[in-house]
Design a protein around this ligand. Structure first.
Ligand SMILES: *[C@@H]1O[C@H](CO)[C@@H](O)[C@H](O)[C@H]1NC(C)=O
Ligand SMILES: *[C@@H]1O[C@H](CO)[C@@H](O)[C@H](O)[C@H]1NC(C)=O
Ligand SMILES: *[C@@H]1O[C@H](CO)[C@@H](O)[C@H](O)[C@H]1NC(C)=O
Ligand SMILES: *[C@@H]1O[C@H](CO)[C@@H](O)[C@H](O)[C@H]1NC(C)=O
Ligand SMILES: *[C@@H]1O[C@H](CO)[C@@H](O)[C@H](O)[C@H]1NC(C)=O
Length: 356
């Protein structure tokens, strides 16, 4: 017992004199052994168990001045990297990407994510840097964030999204900065100014815009115009206000009834109105206007005829007052009026049959 104690004391004296038995520790103040630089833990000399352990590759620690230093006292040589969760080495810090440079003082192997993006610890590629604006994505060259397709605006670097969705039914390419970049998928349609705006067929088209494939907007017949937003072919009208579409296939503009000429596409009408009292059928190209006696005079004549018959029925037939010199002449004025009416009626009927 005595001998053992003596040996122990002797060893302790030797240890103090010859520094530490833990090869990776150095005696510090009061002769206590502390782990060397790039080591962590507790020296075997202090605890009797354990020993100083080497820091993970690519990390370093200062020479300890206390016992029981943790592995976290080992810091990565690349200042833009940090210890892996299993302490087995270094990885790039959050908001950096790449492979840490293990050599102290060298260039960092961890590159900062582009402005407005963030990455989790341990990211190795720029594609791991996600835009802080949830409606934005990295540009093709990874230099910055842009609003995603079908959104427009300038992405925020923090907080609520500044990329606004395009109006319903419209599309935009990635990187659109303004609402004007939101377009209708139907190439022959455009956004209207309603709230909210909607796609409508362009001017001179009619129909319902489609959201994919072929256009749902059909061009108006050649030579006709329509306002933007027209949905039926009946909205396609002739620019010449004195002309209308005919029923031909395809329909074309022709002068209205009682006009003649060739409709114009702008400016003054190319359709000249018939002289007063004359008519011409729709589509007259040259002046074929004729006196319009057909229906009106015929109706007048029939009315006159009925009147005369009724008058004859009502009143007694007037006795003729014979001219003394010429017995053919009736001097009774009422009878003369009746005769005149009958002559007019006869003329009217003649015209009527001419036009038939
Ligand atoms: C000291 O560290 C080295 C590695 O650097 C290791 O091989 C050796 O075993 C350590 N010595 C002790 C006594 O733990
Ligand atoms: C890390 O840095 C320490 C201290 O400068 C150095 O001793 C060590 O060699 C470095 N590690 C590597 C892997 O270069
Ligand atoms: C770490 O990243 C920052 C930001 O990118 C940079 O300024 C710094 O120089 C980097 N550290 C090293 C050691 O390169
Ligand atoms: C848009 O209209 C033009 C003219 O009518 C037509 O040629 C074109 O095919 C239309 N576009 C689509 C996508 O249908
Ligand atoms: C259509 O005809 C009428 C009657 O002749 C005329 O007053 C009008 O100006 C014409 N319209 C146009 C657009 O020229």
């Amino acid at each position: 017992m005595k001998a053992t104690s003596l040996i122990f004391i002797q060893l302790a004296v030797i240890a103090t004199v010859n520094a530490c038995t833990d090869a990776n520790a150095t005696a510090g103040a009061g002769g206590t052994c502390y782990c060397n630089a790039c080591y962590y833990g507790t020296s075997a000399d202090v605890a009797g168990v354990g020993y100083c352990q080497q820091c993970p590759t690519g990390t370093n620690s200062p020479a300890s001045t206390t016992s029981g230093t943790l592995i976290t006292s080992c810091t990565c040589n690349d200042t833009n990297s940090t210890l892996k969760s299993d302490n087995s080495g270094c990885v790039c810090k959050a908001n950096f990407y790449g492979t840490p440079n293990p050599t102290a003082g060298g260039a960092t192997g961890c590159t900062a994510c582009p402005t407005g993006t963030a990455s989790v610890t341990g990211s190795t590629a720029v594609t791991s840097c996600a835009c802080n604006d949830i409606n934005a994505a990295l540009k093709a060259d990874n230099s910055a964030c842009l609003c995603k397709a079908n959104f427009y605006g300038t992405p925020t670097t923090f907080g609520a999204s500044r990329c606004t969705a395009c109006p319903s039914g419209t599309i935009s390419v990635a990187g659109s900065t303004d609402k004007s970049y939101c377009t209708c998928p139907d190439v022959n349609a455009s956004l209207n100014s309603a709230t909210p705006p909607a796609c409508q067929c362009n001017a001179n088209f009619y129909g319902t815009p489609t959201t994919s494939d072929a256009s749902g907007c059909i061009a108006c017949p050649t030579g006709t115009i329509s306002a933007a937003g027209s949905t039926t072919k009946y909205s396609c009208t002739c620019p010449d206000t004195n002309a209308s579409l005919n029923f031909a296939i395809p329909p074309v503009c022709q002068c209205n009834p009682n006009f003649y000429g060739i409709p114009t596409t702008s400016g003054a009408s190319g359709c000249t109105i018939c002289p007063l009292g004359q008519t011409a059928p729709a589509g007259s190209v040259i002046n074929i206007c004729k006196v319009a006696l057909v229906s009106s005079t015929y109706i007048l004549s029939v009315v006159s005829l009925i009147q005369i018959i009724q008058e004859k029925k009502k009143t007694k037939v007037n006795e003729p007052v014979r001219d003394a010199d010429d017995p053919q002449i009736d001097l009774n004025e009422d009878n003369q009026v009746d005769q005149l009416k009958q002559v007019n009626l006869l003329n009217s009927l003649k015209y009527y049959f001419y036009f038939l």
